[in-house]
Design a protein around this ligand. Structure first.
Ligand code: DAH
Length: 338
């Protein structure tokens, strides 16, 4: 019997030498030391032995079993280590290889202007306000001092979805909403957003475009504050050498109202002016409707078209370029403002 054990140990030793991977090793383990393996079978033979030989044989079988298990375990570790080394070797990264080019998007030119002006005005202490694009006639017109039969409503041909609801024609209704929200407290806001008009008769107009509204209300706000703010904004957008020119104009929500022009150098070297935005001091009636006493509070407001800024800055001939997502157009604005 002990002979048999010795042979078994030797046989395993030989077979182990030939094992090439973990699967083969597992097969070996099952064949010898699992419940139905050869070593367990030897234990079964214990019954055939004379009583006095049984303990010695039993413990010999156990020793052999333990030895085999240890050897198998060691082999397993060895195989695992080798497999790890091989995979590390195989997956070695060559850091000198050229990388794949990563196609990066660009920020839309309209958003670049919006972000740029937001930065400027937040730096001046303004808050950024927001309002709905589907707006109530009351905020869009009436609170902006355009009563139902006001002829100036024709200045802003509109899309109505029902008799009291329309796509906002300007960002000015956010003035009304913010005034009501601030409940008579001083405020400084800018509000960028999309606006809609039935007006697309030439390539520089679109039925949908983008505006930024500005509104400041406080005690002792004068026209001088407005002028200084406009000059800061225009120089920030177009360069420190620019001048502005104010022309008297009319908006129902401001009094006095102005049209603001920015200076530029013509091809012949002369200085020219081109219209860029509308502005004015907040109309007393607008203040009153918004919950501010016009004898105590004054304000100024302005509304600027974002497309117009980009068109003037870069000489773009067709406003539809902004909305058609042609990468050849959009990618030209990579890093322009940052
Ligand atoms: N809401 C005007 C428009 O869309 C622009 C405008 C002009 C806004 C003067 C203002 C302002 O706040 O004071 O044509």
């Amino acid at each position: 019997m002990t002979e048999e054990l010795k042979r078994l140990t030797e046989k395993i030793g030989e077979e182990l030498g030939a094992v090439k991977d973990l699967n083969e090793l597992e097969e070996l383990r099952i064949r010898y030391v699992s419940k139905k393996g050869e070593v367990s079978m030897l234990m079964g033979k214990l019954r055939d032995l004379p009583k006095e030989e049984r303990p010695a044989f039993g413990s010999a079988v156990n020793d052999v079993k333990q030895t085999i298990e240890e050897v198998l375990h060691a082999k397993k570790r060895e195989l695992e280590d080798r497999a790890l080394l091989e995979s590390l070797e195989k997956e070695k990264i060559d850091v000198t290889l050229p990388g794949y080019a990563f196609r990066q998007g660009t920020i839309h030119p309209l958003n670049q202007v919006i972000e740029d002006l937001e930065d400027l005005f937040v730096g001046l202490g303004y808050e950024i306000a927001d309002g709905p694009e589907l707006e109530n006639d009351y905020y869009n017109f009436e609170m902006m001092n355009l009563a139902k039969d006001h002829p100036a409503r024709d200045m802003q041909d509109s899309f109505y979805t029902d008799p009291t609801t329309l796509l906002r024609t300007h960002t000015s209704p956010v003035q009304a909403r913010t005034m009501l929200e601030k409940k008579g407290k001083p405020l400084s806001i800018i509000c960028p957003g999309r606006v809609y008009r039935r007006d697309d008769d030439d390539p520089t107009h679109s039925h949908q475009f983008t505006q930024i509204e500005g509104l400041v209300i406080d005690r002792d706000i004068t026209f001088g504050h407005l002028k200084d703010t406009l000059l800061k904004m225009v120089r920030h957008l177009f360069g420190p050498e620019r001048e502005i020119r104010l022309r008297p104009s009319y908006f129902p929500f401001t009094e006095p109202s102005v049209e603001v022009d920015v200076s530029y150098v013509k091809q012949n070297g002369e200085i020219g002016y081109i219209e860029i935005l509308g502005a004015g001091q907040v109309h007393p009636e607008v203040l009153r409707m918004g919950g501010y006493d016009p004898d105590t509070y004054q304000g100024f407001a302005f509304g600027i078209g974002v497309e117009r800024i980009v068109i003037l800055k870069y000489g773009i001939d067709d406003i539809r370029h902004f909305y058609t997502n042609d990468l050849r157009f959009l990618e030209q604005f990579k890093g322009v403002n940052r």
